[in-house]
Design a protein around this ligand. Structure first.
Ligand code: FES
Ligand code: FES
Length: 166
């Protein structure tokens, strides 16, 4: 099958590649670029484990072809830590608030939360729950995921995180 040339930016670095027209973005990221943070949970756009940030939007990368991202800018979980490996506030939030158990959903959950906080710096609990409603977690019951995102929002807003009484 004839391949298509694409060039894009992934986690701040330029990437040029040849891809088959049928190759899904999630397979390009994992198999061609070695970025195995985005996970494959369903390949049918249900679970959100494959979520990445693409040109300022959350995208389930199993729903797109790699050929569609020519010229795009993509951020994956691998690009979230800062210089020297300093954790992003969301990564720290998930760590501090026990926002993961098996961790399978976590890269997609964090990338979705990243865009949520870009769009709304101070979301309510209801807005967080709605914002991550496309990302499924089999383990946590979501309570600590919500707390992790609230923790990150507080950190990014330079205020102390205060856990709401349950
Ligand atoms: S693997 Fe993409 S939504 Fe489940
Ligand atoms: S932590 Fe296991 S699926 Fe979310």
């Amino acid at each position: 099958m004839a391949k298509l040339s694409i060039s894009l930016t992934v986690n701040g670095a330029p990437v040029a590649a040849q891809v088959e027209p049928r190759k899904l973005l999630i397979h390009f990221l994992r198999d061609d670029l070695g970025l195995t943070g985005p996970h494959i949970g369903c390949e049918t756009s249900h679970c959100g484990a494959c979520t990445v940030d693409l040109d300022g939007k959350s995208v389930k990368s199993c729903t797109m072809f790699a050929a569609q991202v020519d010229g795009a800018t993509i951020l994956t979980i691998e690009g979230m830590a800062g210089a020297g490996g300093a954790l992003h506030a969301l990564q720290e939030g998930f760590r501090q608030m026990h926002g993961l158990q098996c961790g399978f959903c976590t890269p997609g959950m964090i990338m979705r939360a990243y865009r949520l906080l870009q769009e709304n710096r101070n979301p309510t609990e209801a807005q967080i729950r709605f914002g991550i409603s496309g990302n499924l977690c089999r383990c946590t019951g979501y309570q600590n995921v919500v707390k992790a995102i609230q923790y990150a929002a507080a950190t990014l807003n330079h205020v102390e995180y205060r856990e709401a009484a349950e």
